[in-house]
Design a protein around this ligand. Structure first.
Ligand code: NAD
Length: 287
């Protein structure tokens, strides 16, 4: 492998000014994949509230994507919607080409697009396996590769950010918690964990930061069956020490912090935002 650049090795520790919340990401260009619903939508809005211009990637629901673009523009930043299947190399290439043409560059990639196709393992089809891996893992690889190419080409602009770029992977508590009946999904998120950490190790010398956010149970369409009835919600609470479901905006706030220079020394981590789901609540009473 080519020797990593030592260009930034002698830069002093950055001294950060106090910044108003709406200016934390001022002038930065963000791409959020799968942003027309759920967590991606909330992240896109949160980044815009912090001053970033935002590309809303979507795959199917154009009306919802356009509606979000209007909502983001009303905050005084730029926004555009770009349709692309993140698992398709050509479409991802075209999405990045358009983003760079329209906004000049990319500073923040949020790899959020994801899906579940659940089945008992003995009934899991190759098509279900391939689809979940294609979107949840290959999609994150394709988008991260395109972003890293642009970060490396452009380098650090100190008036914009301490780093040349940020990749935030939306993983899951299931990158560490095994999940029966969802083997393809858990395998994809376990893959995201080591893709993220290996990439973080590789690109750190270029001042490119790579991290994951690992949500626990968040109220979105992907998991409606675990929160839409009181019975299901009560069952879910057995898994959450903090005794409430998470809201998409809480992931949005975590993304703003991770993308901002306030997190400039945070690199290669999985940030669990899960109300304690990863604390093995089954052992709360001594096991
Ligand atoms: P969601 O279904 O609302 O959002 C997923 C988005 O990804 C949708 O907008 C969907 O259209 C998009 N998408 C699917 N395939 C795509 C493709 N090929 N190309 C582009 N976009 C595509 O669900 P969500 O809960 O908001 O999920 C967002 C992310 O958060 C996912 O990666 C999911 O695994 C992760 N997550 C969610 C939870 C939760 O409790 N909701 C928990 C842990 C992790």
């Amino acid at each position: 492998m080519e020797e990593a650049s030592a260009e930034y090795a002698h830069l002093p520790r950055p001294v950060l000014p106090r910044v108003a919340p709406q200016e934390l990401l001022l002038g930065q260009k963000a791409l959020v994949t799968g942003a027309s619903s759920g967590i991606g939508r909330a992240i896109a809005i949160s980044l815009a509230h912090a001053g970033a211009d935002v590309v809303v990637n979507y795959v199917a629901d154009e009306d919802r994507a356009q509606e979000l673009v209007e909502q983001i523009r009303a905050l005084g930043v730029r926004a555009l919607a770009i349709r692309a299947d993140v698992g398709d190399e050509t479409q991802v290439g075209e999405m990045f080409r358009r983003m760079i043409e329209e906004l000049g560059t990319i500073d923040i990639l949020v790899n959020n697009a994801g899906l579940q196709q659940d089945a008992p393992f003995h009934e899991l089809t190759l098509a279900q396996w391939n689809k979940v891996l294609a979107v949840n893992l290959t999609g994150q690889f394709l988008c991260a590769r395109a972003a890293v190419r642009e970060f490396r080409r452009r380098g650090v602009r100190p008036n914009i950010s301490c780093s040349a770029g940020k990749v935030i992977c939306v993983s899951s508590v299931h990158e560490v918690i095994p999940w029966a009946g969802h083997v393809n999904y858990a395998a994809s998120k376990g893959g995201v964990m080591l893709m993220m950490k290996s990439l973080a190790q590789e690109v750190a010398p270029y001042r490119i930061r790579v991290n994951s956010i690992c949500p626990g149970a968040i109220r979105t369409p992907i998991n409606m069956q675990v929160w839409e009835t009181p019975k299901a919600y009560n069952e879910l609470m057995k898994l959450i020490p903090y005794k409430r479901i998470g809201e998409p905006e809480e992931i949005g706030r975590a993304a703003v912090w991770l993308a901002s220079d306030y997190a400039d020394y945070v690199h290669g981590i999985s940030l669990f935002v899960d109300g304690g789901m990863t604390l093995y609540p089954g052992f709360q009473t001594g096991g």
